[in-house]
Design a protein around this ligand. Structure first.
Ligand code: ADP
Length: 635
């Protein structure tokens, strides 16, 4: 019979499993049971609308069976089953959720110890089995198929018999070694305890025929003799190992932190524990239970279109939608979890759900709860919150600026920005609270990086006054002042803007006089530079630097750069205004050159403009010309 080869990555995963000395290999059972449960979910879901399934909820079960003589352990389900193609595709390749996450981790050469931390799926069977047989019949098909493999050398698929739809996964357990006792997986008490430990909340009964010693009953009519020894007999009883109550339906106080963690890892394929778990129930107009998780890190595709937000939606413990998007607002799209409501109809369609009033009530409720948890974390567990913000802060910021700022009041407290004075992240309220009476505005500077920003010439004056400057380094940051405008009474001001509100009346007068005096120089520079700049004016903010470039009101340079990146065809310039520091010696030199050597003065003007561009982190229009100018000064 022809042996097929595993796909390369599957092969690698498989070899890892076969040679695994992983101590927690017992998780293989959890993986198989979870697959069985998923398969039943699928058929149970179909049964809601398809009469021909002919099974009701109570008919579904997962069955364990052992054969001590041949060292076989079988996990069976009466779920949806697999066709020949599906056997080939699902078991011969790694393309599926859990194993894919594992593959990603493998690619990063991660530690093998992550095996137990999240679902590695079906292949986990090879940690304990030397050969695996899968017999499966797809619901609605007439032919069953058998998939067989004894590991890395490939697998076969052949037609076979099976009564009804479903799947049997049959493990031929490895021989015991000095270190490993595989035989324990043949014992019902061992299996029972593994089910309790890992699969207790599976919503279908996990059954096994268990042998028990039972006291023999007295045959009727016979008299009981006082000295008779009690007689025992072996009876076989079908026992259900799991309690079947979904984790979220259990009482919070009865759930161990590890159980939440395990559930999260199993269901959402993350190998890091969640940062926070929110488990609550609501009774009232709409009754529901929710168990939500805030992940520790953003999935690799989080900030792309591929990422699908949503929660698993259940109706009284039955999954009705795997990814219900309408339950989460965009700004909290990172949240994972389940919602279970007995008030939702089982066969509600997707379109109907969108307009469902009850669903909206639930969604509103969840949004508030999530925010409350984040605020709590911000207050009580700052370090944790910062970790959260590093992963998902950008999403919160998008939330503020999107939908015309509709959510700004709701989300504002969740923002953190880098305080250049405190050298740490602060909230806007913390910034405001630390402001002195005399400080008019909340100052911020936008640029590529913190180190770049601290070199910005305009920071000097603000910092000299002892005021804090928030450093904005993400693209989206700059849109925030435009949306928020104010925090309480305080307006946000870019330090690159013209009026920073720093001058006293007296200083203002002095400045005006200086402007008058400087007018000839300003005009000269403007004339020399022509259209390159909109205006040349006296700076109110410069201290030790001779020049700087500021944008015309409305858009900043950072935003200009951002726009150009996002949509080059429609981008426009922010409008450059050159500011000169009249108190700087360079200004005098320029002034003198204007009367002495006009050509030189023009060179100076162009040089100063180039320097201003450099400091603003904008590209030079003509780097060669600039270098020539500098070199011209040297010789
Ligand atoms: P995962 O469960 O993470 O998707 P697995 O390697 O465990 O990955 O399983 C791969 C696929 O094989 C599953 O997604 C499912 O389609 C199929 N499968 C596994 N076990 C069963 C089963 N008992 N019944 C039906 N399909 C199954």
């Amino acid at each position: 019979m022809e042996k097929k080869q595993f796909q390369a990555e599957s092969q690698r995963l498989l070899e890892l499993m076969i040679n695994s000395i992983y101590t927690n290999q017992e998780i293989f059972l959890r993986e198989l049971i979870s697959n069985a449960s998923d398969a039943i979910d699928k058929l149970a879901y179909q049964a809601l609308t398809d009469q021909s399934v002919g099974l009701s909820r109570s008919d579904f079960a997962i069955t364990l069976k052992t054969d001590e003589k041949y060292r076989l352990l079988t996990v069976s389900d009466n779920g949806i089953g697999m066709t020949q193609e599906e056997l080939e595709e699902n078991l011969g390749t790694i393309a599926k959720s859990g194993s894919l996450a594992f593959k990603k981790a493998l690619d990063k050469d991660a530690d093998v110890d992550i095996i137990g931390q999240f679902g590695v799926g079906f292949y986990a069977a090879f940690m304990v089995a030397e050969a695996v047989t899968v017999v499966s019949k797809k619901f609605g098909a007439s032919q069953a198929f058998m998939w067989q493999s004894s590991g890395a050398d490939g697998y076969t698929i052949t037609p076979c018999e099976r009564d009804c739809a479903g799947t049997d996964v049959i493990l031929k357990l490895k021989a015991d070694t000095e270190d490993e006792n595989y035989s324990r997986y043949l014992k019902s008490y061992e299996l029972r305890s593994l089910v309790k430990k890992y699969s207790d909340y599976i919503r279908y009964p996990i059954k096994m025929d268990v042998e028990r010693q039972k006291l023999k009953e007295q045959p009727e009519g016979e008299e009981k003799k006082d000295d008779a020894k009690p007689e025992y007999e072996t009876v076989v009883e079908t026992e259900t190992f799991n309690s079947m109550v979904p984790l979220w339906q259990r009482k919070k106080k009865d759930i161990q932190p590890e159980e939440y963690e395990q559930f999260y890892r199993d269901k959402f394929f993350d190998f890091e524990a969640p940062l926070s778990t929110i488990h609550f129930s609501v009774e009232g107009a709409v009754t529901f239970q929710a168990m939500l998780f805030i992940p520790s890190r953003a999935p690799y595709d989080f900030y792309t279109k591929d990422f699908k937000k949503g929660l698993k939606l259940y109706s009284s413990g039955v999954l009705i939608m795997d990814n219900c998007e309408d339950l989460l607002p965009e700004h909290f799209r990172f949240v994972r979890g389940v919602v279970d409501s007995q008030d939702l109809s089982l066969n509600i369609s997707r379109e109907m759900l969108q307009h469902d009033r009850q669903l909206k009530v639930i969604a509103n409720n969840l949004e508030k709860k999530i925010k409350a948890e984040l605020v709590r974390m911000l207050k009580d567990e700052r370090e944790k919150y910062e970790k959260f913000f590093a992963a998902f802060g950008r999403q919160i910021k998008y939330g503020i600026v999107s939908d015309y700022g509709t959510h700004k009041d709701f989300l504002q407290e969740l923002l953190l920005f880098w305080s250049s004075k405190e050298n740490k992240l602060v909230t806007l309220q913390e910034y405001v609270d630390a402001m002195g009476e005399d400080q008019k505005y909340i100052y911020y500077a936008a640029g590529e990086s913190r180190s770049r920003l601290s070199q910005l010439p305009q920071t000097e004056l603000v910092q000299e006054k002892g005021y804090d400057i928030l450093f904005f380094t993400e693209d989206v940051d700059e849109f925030i002042p435009q949306t928020l405008l104010k925090v309480g009474e305080k307006e946000l001001r870019n330090i690159a803007s013209e009026d920073l509100g720093l001058q006293t009346e007296e200083e203002k007068k002095e400045a005006e006089a200086a402007c008058e005096e400087a007018k000839a120089v300003l005009d000269f520079v403007k004339e020399t530079l022509g259209d390159k700049v909109r205006e040349v004016r006296v700076s109110k903010t410069l201290r030790s630097h001779p020049v700087c470039l500021v944008p015309e009101a409305g858009m900043s340079f950072e935003m200009e750069k951002y726009m150009k990146r996002v949509n080059p065809d429609f981008a426009y310039d922010a409008g450059r205004i050159l500011e000169l520091n009249t108190a700087h010696p360079v200004f005098q030199v320029l002034k003198e050159a204007m009367t002495g050597d006009k050509e030189k003065a023009e060179k100076y003007a162009r040089l100063l403009y180039a320097q201003a561009l450099l400091m603003a982190d904008l590209p030079l229009e003509n780097p060669t010309e600039y270098t020539d100018l500098v070199c011209g000064l040297m010789v």
